[in-house]
Design a binder for this molecule. Structure first.
Ligand code: PLP
Length: 403
């Protein structure tokens, strides 16, 4: 049972097909999928089908492009800034020396890192939310939208508002609805919302039309590492060089969304094998039936039904009255992908927990090195049966170590 935070497990059927296609791809007998040109008809078929399947799964509107880029989430921390500042400068014909602001909603370790990179790119970075400040020096909460320092009435608008939908390290996730959903209605309509969905991509339906840019590193719910999906609204795609008279710096061609869009993500050689495996995972998601609910009612989406059910099994243990396991995130912002907790018994017991889990074949449950504790990452390819086995192990460990 592989509960690593990423790279993480992939659907078995997809991996079996990928393995056989590495040796010989059915459309190019004798040549494996990693051995053919990205300009070949066979590979074009792969990427086109992957785009179509992704569009179907997330109901992506026609005025959005899907781009396959390299460099991981970290590269997008910079690319989103460089492209949207250029868009903003062109749109507002700024004076070259004029500073451009970007607003960051910091609810965990990854959005904090993104804000740092934004500042490195030379934008005025404002943290309109700082989860650590309200969480007692820990990322465990998302403040109510009424407490966000939004200045919607200011004459000068920010180039964008940035947030991370699921904080992988801290186990904090924006909820699909209610008070802890992302408050789109509070954001000025002219200001694009940029979202890092690396660790909860394809785990629930998303209203793409509310976003300027969504991006996600593949290596959790989508495929192997090496590719990052970017979903971007057409009007935000600009010629970066055209922004130069209004200020800013030259940007590498590889980071230009315009170049990627104009070349169907093949501005240079894309990671073909990685994209192929992603295409198989997308196919398998399309073919997964939703989990029937106990009541007999069927949830709307297969994307969310498993994630809801699996995470609730673990959280119900964290909420048990004995308090043996202590959830680290506030209940109303708990992640359905990365369940983070501590043991009341302390660090030595946590070490024992990790070691005994490993002996039982349950791997990758140690918390991120920056925060410690326990983290069980239960992405889409972790099955319900595996989570049930984890829960059995947790119950047995509790019984053996309670006194
Ligand atoms: N954003 C989130 C939410 C992540 O979980 C990660 C990595 O785990 C990253 C960004 C960084 O991604 P990468 O390692 O692909 O640059």
């Amino acid at each position: 049972i592989n509960l690593n935070a990423g790279p993480s497990p992939l659907p078995q059927a997809a991996l079996l097909t990928a393995a056989s296609s590495l040796l010989s791809y059915p459309e190019t007998p004798g040549m494996g999928i990693a051995e053919i040109s990205h300009r070949s008809k066979a590979f074009e078929g792969v990427i086109h089908q992957a785009n179509a399947d992704l569009r179907q799964l997330l109901e992506i509107p026609d005025n959005y492009k899907v781009l396959w880029m390299q460099g991981g989430g970290l590269t997008q921390f910079a690319a989103t800034v460089l492209n949207l500042v250029a868009w903003y400068r062109i749109k507002n014909q700024t004076k070259p020396e004029e500073e451009v602001e970007a607003q960051y909603v910091v609810t965990g370790s990854w959005s904090a890192k993104a804000a740092e990179e934004g500042a490195r790119m030379g934008v005025k970075t404002t943290k309109i939310v700082d989860g650590k400040k309200v969480g007692g020096d820990k990322f465990k909460t998302i403040p109510e939208a009424s407490e966000w320092q939004l200045n919607a009435s200011a004459e000068k608008k920010p180039a964008f508002v940035y947030y991370c939908d699921n904080e992988t390290v801290d186990g904090v996730e924006f909820q699909a609805e209610g008070a802890k959903a992302f408050p789109f209605d509070k954001i000025d309509k002219d200001v694009p919302v940029v979202c890092d969905m690396s660790s909860n991509f394809l785990s629930r339906p998303v209203d793409v039309s509310k976003y300027g840019i969504i991006y996600a590193g593949a290596q959790k719910n989508l495929g192997p590492s090496g590719v990052t999906l970017v979903i971007i609204r057409d009007d935000l795609i600009v010629d970066l060089d055209a922004a130069l008279p209004y200020g800013g710096a030259r940007v590498p061609s590889m980071l230009s969304y315009k170049n990627m869009a104009a070349n169907d993500s093949m501005f240079n050689t894309p990671p073909t094998f990685t994209i192929y495996v992603c295409s198989l995972v997308l196919r398998s998601l399309l073919e997964t039936p939703p989990l029937p609910l106990a009541s007999g009612a069927r949830p709307l989406s297969p994307l969310s039904s498993y994630a809801d059910k699996k995470s609730s099994l673990i959280y119900s243990l964290l909420d048990a009255p004995e308090g043996f396991y202590l959830g680290t995130a506030d209940k109303d912002v708990r992640s359905r992908m990365n369940v983070t907790f501590r043991l009341k018994g302390g660090e030595a017991l946590e070490k024992k927990f990790v070691a005994e889990a490993s002996e039982k074949g349950i791997k990758g449950v140690g918390g991120h090195r920056s925060v410690g504790g326990i983290r069980t990452s239960i992405y889409n390819a972790v099955t319900l049966e595996q989570v049930e086995q984890l829960v059995e192990f947790m119950k047995a460990f509790q019984a053996a170590n309670s006194n």
